[in-house]
Design a protein around this ligand. Structure first.
Ligand code: NAD
Ligand code: MG
Length: 351
């Protein structure tokens, strides 16, 4: 299978290349993109020998090209948003890993869908911003959309095989998304107003990029995931529930009409959903250790506190409002998270 990995230098991108490297007979990397971390991208090119490498600017392209040439690589260096669109829809590419963070990920991800690729969707913001258009294009182009977000990947695995988007027909009562509660699950409210970006990005269970880590600290991430689940599984807002599960071992659950609840469990490591989506419907080694239930010992569940995590309710309200509300929510969140990371705003929603 020939791959384009968009956002290769990020947390999901690095995990993707780790899984890919375990299966050299199965996967071939045709294109890699990284926005500005040129040295990391150059090192990845030396390992994967892609035909194309995409960076954000001409300046970065001029830095990357000599590094690749000195290594004897014939990788073509491209830059800018149009180049991302170009590599996402190359005829020789079978599958696109959409792992750019934020709104910038939407255009190339949508292009991969339009080109009918197997699309491995990590960039949840694309669905939050443009879910109706995005899903209509998936159906029109016959693209295969496989969720990478651990919760949605767990739901995908727990849904009826060949789920058609009809919950009633599949006998599905509810989708239960689990949430870790992030680093501030039990932090006293007066302390919350003064937390730093460094504290916010120190997630207890998952190692992730800075933006999604802040989203996890505010639980806006779970709100975005409720909207993502709505579009992926054609589930109405009142059939999607969120439960805090601090151990992050159950990645989400599907509740059926007959009382059965199916769940997917595993160590919190994104290489599991990545390997699942790369190989689906087969299973391959991801490098993730076997789950040790005795070491986990217990699984706890809590209701999210709406006063501590108001972003979750904002997301439900945006979903129910329909139209552009979720796109506005996503844009406001991206601006607020950037301001928080630059010490210009206290943690959103906790005052
Ligand atoms: P990250 O910050 O570690 O990496 C982001 C990648 O996007 C980098 O390669 C960066 O170069 C690229 N990028 C950033 N801005 C760009 C721009 N303007 N144009 C083009 N490329 C740009 O982020 P991440 O944690 O890997 O998350 C990537 C996506 O996956 C996000 O949408 C996130 O919500 C989702 N996701 C991540 C995880 C996780 O465990 N990290 C889990 C679930 C979902
Ligand atoms: Mg998630």
């Amino acid at each position: 299978m020939k791959l384009a990995v968009l956002g290769a230098t990020g947390s999901i991108g690095v995990s993707t290349l780790d899984v890919v490297a375990r299966h050299p007979d199965r996967f071939q990397v045709v294109a890699l993109s990284g926005h500005s971390r040129v040295e990391i991208l150059a090192a990845q090119c030396r390992l994967c020998h892609p035909a194309y490498a995409v960076v954000g600017s001409a300046t970065d392209a001029h830095r990357l090209a000599p590094l690749l040439k000195d290594s004897g690589l014939r990788t073509e260096v491209l830059y800018g948003a149009d180049a991302l669109i170009q590599v996402a829809s190359l005829p020789e590419v079978d599958a696109v890993m959409a792992a750019i963070v934020g709104a910038a990920g939407l255009p190339p991800t949508l292009e991969a869908v339009r080109a009918g690729k197997r699309v491995l969707l990590a960039n949840k913001e694309a669905l939050v911003m443009a879910g109706a258009v995005f899903m209509a294009e998936v159906r029109r182009a016959g693209a295969l959309l496989l969720p990478i977000d651990s919760e949605h990947n767990a739901v995908f695995q727990s849904m009826p095989y060949n789920y058609s988007g009809d919950m009633a027909r599949g006998g599905v009562r509810r989708i239960l998304l689990t949430a870790s509660g992030g680093p501030f699950r039990v932090t006293p409210p007066d302390v919350l107003a003064r937390v730093t970006p460094e504290q916010a990005v120190a997630h207890p269970n998952w190692s992730m990029g800075r933006k999604i880590s802040v989203d996890s600290a505010t639980m806006m991430n779970k709100g975005l995931e409720v909207i993502e689940a709505h579009w992926l599984f054609n589930a109405p807002a009142d059939r999607i529930e969120v439960v805090i599960h601090p151990q992050s071992v159950i990645h989400s659950l599907v509740d059926y009409e007959d009382g059965s609840v199916l769940a997917q469990l595993g160590n919190p490591d994104m290489r599991t959903p990545i390997a699942h989506a790369l190989a689906w419907p087969e299973r391959i080694d991801s490098g993730v250790a076997a789950l040790d239930l005795l070491a986990v010992a217990r699984l706890d569940f809590e209701r999210p506190d709406p006063l501590r995590f108001p972003c979750l309710d904002l997301a439900y309200r945006a979903l129910r409002a329909e139209g552009n509300a979720a796109a506005v929510l996503n844009a406001a969140n991206e601006v607020a998270v950037a301001a928080f990371l630059e010490h210009r705003l206290p943690l959103p929603g906790n005052r």
